[in-house]
Design a protein around this ligand. Structure first.
Ligand code: SF4
Length: 156
């Protein structure tokens, strides 16, 4: 059974910078959870950042928080832990939260804290993808469902 690495905030865990969750309400997630398919991580918490924490955005190669502090190291540590978890458990698929400076799969904020989104990947999403782990987001969830269904059919 293919396991899926999933952003912790999708499952109702209050780990976001603002101390809230970002629950992804889709019946498929419940099914996957019951099957034991989901492996949960918040890369920012894994990188030892607190909850709540200042907002952060990528700026060039760095991640800077809203007070101007360079938090790149915590983000790269969290990404490394997410990758290690995937490698330990043979995970090839990830479902991550779009727009996050860690988890964003296709879009992130532009580093100006003005709410402007640009094409790009979060630090964790990018590292996973560089190691051939396919990264999906809430916007491409249907593609992930189709892919898993297809794989299950081929192996049954
Ligand atoms: Fe959710 Fe990822 Fe942000 Fe953690 S780092 S709160 S899992 S989007």
């Amino acid at each position: 059974m293919q396991k899926i690495l999933i952003s912790s905030c999708f499952l109702g865990n209050k780990v976001r910078y603002d101390g809230q969750a970002k629950s992804l309400l889709h019946p498929q997630l419940q099914t996957w959870q019951q099957q034991g398919r989901l492996v949960v991580i918040c890369p920012e918490v894994a990188g030892d950042l607190p909850v709540p924490r200042p907002r952060a955005e990528q700026s060039g190669d760095k991640v800077i928080d809203e007070f101007g502090n360079d938090v790149t190291r915590a983000f790269t540590q969290g990404a490394a832990k997410a990758l290690a978890l995937c490698q330990q458990q043979g995970i090839r698929l990830a479902l991550l939260k779009e727009y996050s400076p860690s988890c964003g799969a296709n879009m992130i904020y532009d580093g100006t804290f003005s709410g402007t989104r640009i094409a790009g990947m979060g630090v964790t999403a990018k590292l996973l993808s560089e190691h051939k782990i396919q990264v999906f987001s809430e916007q491409t969830l249907e593609q992930l469902i189709n892919l898993i269904n297809l794989q299950e059919k081929q192996t049954s």
